[in-house]
Design a protein around this ligand. Structure first.
Ligand code: PMP
Length: 373
């Protein structure tokens, strides 16, 4: 990690106390959690404890927590499982600003006999509750709208969408991958039936995800095999990933990660600095934002070129989502931005290593790059 890392929505450094847990599990808790011998029993007990810690942290019961390989699998499972659970329902409602792991799954389902309604989003970057209400049909199997967008940081009206879904008897899936660790995530407060999380967005290693499944929401397996996790998600449990993720939740509860107040203070310092130095720059999205995220378009500039120029100066930012290439962001296009404006965008996302000095150095580097272009 460079000192000037501003891509915490892409991924986070692993917290030193989580690294200790990782090392310990690799050498001590290596038994297969399905095995009946003492090493297996120990691994199973440790996973049980981790499940309880995580459940408590998000307001769930332990039986509602299922471990996956990451946010992508959790999102795939939420959508496909919901359709599988009620084969008579052939329709799903999804927002176009979802992460590709929801959006591409929905598109794939659309090519494979299901009907998908993408609810429109305007320039504010927030999904409209009325549009969701209008889109729900008697044969809707699931509605999927994220808690906060990973590119713009715009918070979505998840609680209101959950209420509409409950009224219509449709399960509501909420992708909270971008939100976790930055704003409170509580499944009861949201009122969702399904919720996705990913470990590497919260100072734990990559490769562990969670799908929360509210008691009563029957979700058939996506991954088949030896029948681990009560047959709902086969595959040898990732003891290291699970224990590391639980440790990260413990650290979150202890206040080990920067608070929302601290992050928004730093984010505002960056936003103000950009507005002052580059009057043409436009912030993307409106409303309430994740405290650590700032998406800005620099008209006339290619985002990925600016990203590369900043990289040369040791500043890590993202042009859209971390995995995005040179093509304009599907999120910004769905918000009605032109391809030119979408392509001129950088996403800054702040986290544990961000200080005032990081922000000031980033502003200096931006000035240097934009003066040259
Ligand atoms: N949803 C959102 C909102 C994300 O930002 C990401 C990661 N970029 C994912 C899902 C996918 O998570 P993972 O990387 O663990 O597969």
């Amino acid at each position: 990690m460079t000192d000037l890392y501003l891509d915490y929505n892409g991924s986070t450094p692993v917290h030193p106390e989580v690294v200790e847990v990782v090392a310990r599990t690799l050498t001590d808790t290596y038994g297969n959690a399905s095995a009946k011998h003492p090493a297996g029993v120990a691994a199973r007990a440790a996973i049980h404890e981790a499940r309880t810690t995580i459940a408590r942290a998000i307001g769930a019961v332990p039986e509602a927590i299922w471990f996956t390989s990451g946010g992508t699998e959790s999102n795939n499972w939420a959508l496909r499982g919901s359709l599988d659970a009620r084969p008579e329902r052939r329709h799903l409602v999804v927002s176009p600003i979802e992460h590709w792991s929801v959006r591409k799954t929905a598109e794939w389902l659309g090519r494979n006999g299901y009907e998908v309604t993408f609810v429109p989003v305007d320039e504010s970057g927030a999904v409209k509750v009325d549009a969701v209400r209008d889109a729900i049909r008697d044969d809707t199997a699931v509605v999927s709208v994220m808690l906060a967008n990973n590119e713009t940081g715009v918070l979505q009206p998840a609680g209101e969408i959950a209420a509409v879904c409950r009224e219509r008897g449709v399960p509501y899936h909420c992708d909270a991958v971008a939100a976790i660790g930055k704003i409170p995530v509580d499944v009861e407060a949201i009122g969702c039936d399904l919720l996705s999380l990913s470990s590497h967005k919260m100072y734990a290693p990559k490769g562990c995800g969670i799908l929360y499944v509210r008691d009563g929401a029957t979700l058939p397996a996506l991954i088949h095999g030896c029948g681990q996790q009560d047959g709902r998600r086969s595959g040898t449990e990732n003891t290291t990933g699970v224990l590391a993720f639980a440790k990260a939740f413990e650290l979150l509860a202890r206040g080990a990660f920067p608070s929302s107040e601290r992050l928004s203070e730093l984010r505002d310092r960056l936003a103000d600095g950009i507005a002052k130095a580059f009057p043409d720059a436009v912030r993307n999205g409106e409303g309430t934002f994740l405290p650590n995220t700032l998406s800005v378009s620099f008209p006339g500039v290619r985002g990925y070129e600016l990203q590369a120029a900043l990289g040369v100066r040791g500043v890590d930012v993202s042009a859209g989502a971390a995995s995005a290439g040179a093509s304009p962001s599907h999120v910004l296009l769905a918000m009605g931005l032109s391809a030119d404006r979408a392509s001129s965008t950088l996403r800054f996302s702040l986290g544990s290593g961000t200080t005032e000095a990081t922000i000031d150095a980033t502003l200096d580097a931006l000035s240097a790059c934009l003066m040259r272009s």
